[in-house]
Ligand binder design. Structure first.
Ligand code: CO
Ligand code: CO
Ligand code: CO
Length: 306
């Protein structure tokens, strides 16, 4: 893809009809349950292949583990969580590497296949396209509440299930529609990732803030000030590309910059097919999917949030 514009994953053309997609992701635990953490780490690592429109094929584990302070059974549960997600994705674990470290970290490198003509990058947004988001926002804020011991069991279960959900179905469905660009919403937050898309494409976009799906309790937690540092960093870095209208609740704008773990796909599809794609996603059980906005010619490289 070239390194001047970072995309979700690296792409290497093997032949006229086959390219490899390669990506790597790992992080420290975000939930207490080791098995769930393994599932989330795998779903997150696989997501960048789906965001390129590809099909993940093989994966390798990356492990840093505090052998002296933690029981090895914790590691077994993490690996099992990752392995079960890989199975669900139809991906084969072919190896891995582990080191002893003070802080536990887990993730995977993933390799996938794609036809070179079907690679979906962050550029290529076209005027009149609609934007579909497939998962609700708020995982960063809720994870902050979890760390502070303020989240209920119910909300922990909801956010854990969401983060462990593969973007596989969404990626497979979008193959049948005129999709022009795609990314997954992760660390830069919804507006950060969309800002990259409009900048790379030289277009503008308009977002209907009240359409953007949000996890339950996120607004409450945001109101309590449980905003992760990453959200402020994202705002600082990307707000020059976002015109948030004064009528928008500042807490909603915080949520739009909230860094996501294993977030949904942000799909840019031809405007006249957006409703069909949305219905297809919903039929497949992706109930949170919403058309959140559209691509405009102006203001260039800026997102109007209204
Ligand atoms: Co990505
Ligand atoms: Co990534
Ligand atoms: Co992409």
């Amino acid at each position: 893809m070239g390194l001047e514009k970072a995309d979700d994953a690296g792409v290497y053309k093997v032949s006229d009809d086959l390219a490899l997609i390669q990506t790597v992701d790992f992080f420290t635990p975000i939930v207490d349950d080791p098995y769930a953490f393994g599932q989330i780490a795998a779903a997150n690592a696989l997501s960048d292949v789906y965001a390129m429109g590809g099909e993940p094929k093989t994966a390798m584990n990356l492990v840093a583990f505090p052998l002296k302070d933690m029981d090895i059974s914790v590691l077994r549960q993490i690996i099992q969580g990752g392995l079960d997600k890989l199975r669900e994705a139809g991906v084969v674990l072919v190896g891995g590497h582990s080191v002893e470290d003070k802080e536990l970290k887990y993730g995977l490198s993933v390799t996938g296949f794609i036809h070179p003509h079907r690679v979906l990058t962050k550029k290529n947004l076209q005027i009149g396209d609609h934007l579909i988001l497939t998962k609700p926002l708020g995982t960063g804020i809720i994870n902050t509440a979890i760390k502070g011991g303020l989240a209920s069991k119910e909300i922990i279960n909801t956010v854990t299930r969401l983060m462990a959900t593969l973007n596989k179905d969404a990626a497979e469905i979008m193959e049948d529609y005129p999709v022009h660009a795609c990314t997954d919403v992760t660390g830069f937050g919804f507006l950060g990732h969309l800002a990259e898309m409009v900048v790379d494409s030289g277009t503008g976009a308009r977002i209907q803030a009240n359409q953007v799906p949000i996890l339950p309790q996120t607004l409450n937690y945001a109101g309590m000030g449980l905003i992760p540092a990453g959200a402020y960093k994202n705002r600082e870095f990307f707000e020059c590309h976002a015109d948030v209208s004064p009528g928008i609740d500042p807490l909603i704008s915080d949520i739009l910059f909230d860094p996501q773990t294993s977030g949904g796909l942000l799909i840019c599809v031809e405007g006249n097919r957006a409703e069909d794609l949305l219905q297809a996603l919903k039929q497949k059980g992706i109930r949170d999917a919403v058309i959140v906005g559209q691509v405009n010619s102006e203001p260039k490289e800026r997102i109007v949030v209204g």
